[in-house]
Design a protein around this ligand. Structure first.
Ligand SMILES: [Zn+2]
Length: 152
């Protein structure tokens, strides 16, 4: 349905609709600005997650799923946020012998506010980005290096 491939401003989004995690491969994330990243729309939340994951890989941070907002009646997800892995603070659970021996985690949370938020467009049946906050309050580590640190 070609006539639906326009966004709410009437812009053609044919090249911006990502309808599988595979289709993310055609996005050039190197040097992709936040404004340009926000133009993409996604067929489902998995694709949106994979998109932000790839965005994070290039921008040297890791992500995780965070909050969802649901329709009160049918519980359908209306929006979701993905956050930097360092979002928030880890809850202190006390020290026990096993904790003491464990090396400190390389990905300690430090209250980073970087995030991506997507909403469903019910009429067009796709997900669009309402927010990408890309300010990190910590050093960014290339994923290959952070993998090495994690496995130590
Ligand atoms: Zn961060």
């Amino acid at each position: 349905m070609d006539e639906l491939l326009v966004d709410s401003d009437g812009n053609d989004v044919k090249d911006l609709l990502l309808n599988s995690t595979r289709s993310i491969g055609r996005v050039n994330f190197v040097g992709l600005s936040v404004d340009d990243a926000k133009k993409y729309v996604f067929s489902d939340l998995d694709v949106a997650y994979a998109f932000y994951n790839a965005f994070g890989r290039v921008n040297e941070f890791s992500i995780r799923k965070f909050k969802v907002g649901r329709n009160e009646i049918d519980k359908r997800i209306l929006w979701q946020t993905f956050v930097c892995l360092r979002q928030g603070y880890r809850i202190f659970r006390g020290i026990d012998e096993t904790n003491k021996k464990r090396a400190p985690k390389s990905e300690t949370r430090c209250g980073c506010v970087a995030q991506m938020r997507v909403h469903i467009d019910v009429g067009r049946d796709w997900w669009y980005t309402t927010l990408i906050q890309n300010e990190h309050n910590h050093e960014l580590i290339p994923p290959t290096l952070s993998r090495m640190l994690r496995s130590q």
